[in-house]
Design a protein around this ligand. Sequence first.
Ligand SMILES: N[C@@H](CCC(=O)N[C@@H](CS)C(=O)NCC(=O)O)C(=O)O
Length: 204
Amino acid sequence: MTDLLLYGHPDSGHACKVALALALAGLAHRVERVDIWAEPASRPAAFLAASPFAEVPLLMIDGVAHVQSGAILLEIATRFGCLGGESAAGLRRGRELLMWEANRIGMCLPQLKEARRTGGAGFPPGAVDWLAMRFAADRRRFTALLGAAPFLHGEAPGIGDCAVWGYAQWLEAAGVAPSVAMAGWLDRMRALPAMRAPEAFFPG
Ligand SMILES: N[C@@H](CCC(=O)N[C@@H](CS)C(=O)NCC(=O)O)C(=O)O
């Protein structure tokens, strides 16, 4: 049986993407919480040795380090033949969604959430408006990507759904609203039996 150890933190949408994928795929794993608000040097030595930027998520697979949430999701899908990895078409869809998410929605939502947390401190004038404008375009494209299906991968969620969920779960904290299509998808994601709150994915 493959040994899986996930390092993460409940405030990291990137780590939540991977935790959700492991939960949806029913892959038994251990979790270690890393304090992303603490000085990087204070993080566990084993984590620092394996994560080049001292960032979560880090997934150890049989002792081998895997970093970058999108790359980890693809590894899970291909290695275990799940969440889109069951077919060439599913994997293609997953790759496309992951690239889109990383370039678009995964670029602006974490920043919008951070801007709300800091009250805009650290953001140059106009930055938050620009990010919100980008999100408005992403929201329209999400509707096009979803089409009439319940999930971005079709009838069942896949790695693309996990990727978008990472930060779309916190729209209110980011100060933006979902479209009707996105709100329906968020409800369906929340209703998945494997879904957990971030704190339950990475208990303290
Ligand atoms: N591109 C990376 C981003 C990872 C990332 O930004 N992780 C943040 C938490 S969301 C982190 O570990 N921050 C702690 C730090 O930089 O000290 C991915 O997709 O995994």
